[in-house]
Ligand binder design. Sequence first.
Ligand SMILES: O=C(O)CCC(=O)C(=O)O
Ligand SMILES: [Fe+2]
Length: 207
Amino acid sequence: MQQDLFSSSTRTFESLPLADADVRYMSHFIDSDAAAQLYQKLSTGLAWRQDSIKLFGRQVKIPRLQAWYGDADAQYSYSGLHMTPMAWTDDLLRVKQDIEALTQCQFNSVLANWYRDGQDSMGWHSDNEPELGPYPTIASVTLGQVRDFDFKRKDNAQTYRIPLQSGSLLVMAGATQRYWQHGITKRTAPLMGRINLTFRTILASAT
Ligand SMILES: O=C(O)CCC(=O)C(=O)O
Ligand SMILES: [Fe+2]
């Protein structure tokens, strides 16, 4: 692994104040120059797709580009899309291994999301597909534009917002997906692009 890409002194997690959840945030997982470089590399280097989902009987383009990488057996279904992973790239593997060392968790796949501008978004959801298991750990890296990441509790109106900085790492674990939804809202202000990498573990028994 290249030593110079990641800073080490400021790599500490803070716990976010969400009840019945385990959410940790590291603002400087990757330093800002390296994050900008990695954004450029991944924007041209990953096999981005414009997927559509069926909504009320019509095919609707999802408001972002996506790419799915991982171990060959990490098959994933999402809103009716069946995703077969592409083989790990060196960059994705390096980030994965770095997160694994920090979190002591293993991941076998990553969903990459590219929010091209403020119009791209992700609606309210929980990452609660059966193949993720009941208490999934999801590690999410932000590169590029800062975007607000919103949490909304399922059983009352509680919300929590955190602006995710370029180079940051957000880890959602424990019962987070069970009690909370999350999403990235659209913005009318002109925004630059943001690439998000969400590392997951697809359980073999569920596929
Ligand atoms: O872009 C993000 O930070 C969130 C992505 C997300 O929630 C997902 O891929 O499930
Ligand atoms: Fe999610």
